[in-house]
Design a protein. Structure first.
Length: 242
């Protein structure tokens, strides 16, 4: 994560943080996109540029979201009751479901970014930025009121239900509009495609969120990580088409 001084952490601070999550995503995605573009302009091929871009979010988050994705896959794949599945997710090791999920998600991300960078450095950079922003938008929406925490402790409990529904919707509209405007101004993607990428990303994350809420009784920190990776990957796939 980017270093930010924290003087207090309560429900009010959590609400502000989750509402601003897409801004953090835009910064991370911007850095990722520019690194991939720099690699491409330095003579690297689209595949290597894509690997560079995909590595940035993993490094800046210390693999937090990828770890959450793997743990969520292990919990869902176990087929165990909620309490047992949550215990599996809390373990430090990664099971076969987690490994398989990580491999395919990272392959999808790199392949989609390679397709984007194959078009131009600008297209690749914008794809990285939009996907990272959409990934954090999924966190904002998952923290809305009405979505309970699966455990009484942990990151999920700290942020579950802190975001008002109206606030989540307002942030969603703002992110979708910004993606469309940025694509239209740069003439890299059509505004409709960029907006669709955000919408599909949110829809994919929402499906996973509802499934996790049913299976685990709510959200956890791992589920948040899984939602971010799911949304980001879905956005990249949409932007790589056509």
């Amino acid at each position: 994560m980017l270093p930010v001084p924290v003087t207090r952490w309560d429900r009010v601070a959590a609400r502000a943080g989750m509402l601003c999550a897409p801004l953090a995503g835009a910064v991370v995605g911007g850095i990722a996109g520019l690194l991939g573009a720099a690699a491409l302009l330095a003579g690297a091929g689209p595949l290597l540029a894509a690997v560079c871009a995909a590595a940035v979010p993993a490094v800046l988050t210390r693999g937090l979201h990828l770890d959450g994705l793997a743990d969520t896959a292990d919990g869902l794949g176990s087929g165990k009751p909620a309490a047992e599945a949550l215990r599996i997710m809390k373990q430090s090791d990664i099971g076969p479901f987690g490994v398989i999920t990580l491999v395919f998600v990272l392959l999808a991300q790199v392949a989609a970014l390679a397709e984007a960078y194959g078009g131009s450095w600008e297209r690749g950079a914008l794809a990285a930025a939009v996907s990272a922003t959409a990934a954090r938008l999924a966190l904002t929406l998952a923290a809305r009121r009405g979505i309970p925490a699966a455990r009484p402790e942990g990151l999920g409990a700290a942020v579950a239900g802190v975001v008002p529904v109206r606030g989540a919707l307002a942030v969603s509209v703002a992110v979708t509009g910004a993606a469309a405007a940025g694509s239209a101004l740069s003439a890299t993607y059509g505004a409709v495609r960029a907006a669709a990428a955000v919408v599909v990303a949110v829809a994919a994350a929402e499906l996973l969120l509802r499934h996790c809420a049913r299976r685990f009784g709510g959200v956890t920190g791992d589920v948040f990580g899984g939602l971010a990776e799911t949304a980001g990957t879905a956005a990249l796939v949409v932007l790589s088409l056509g």
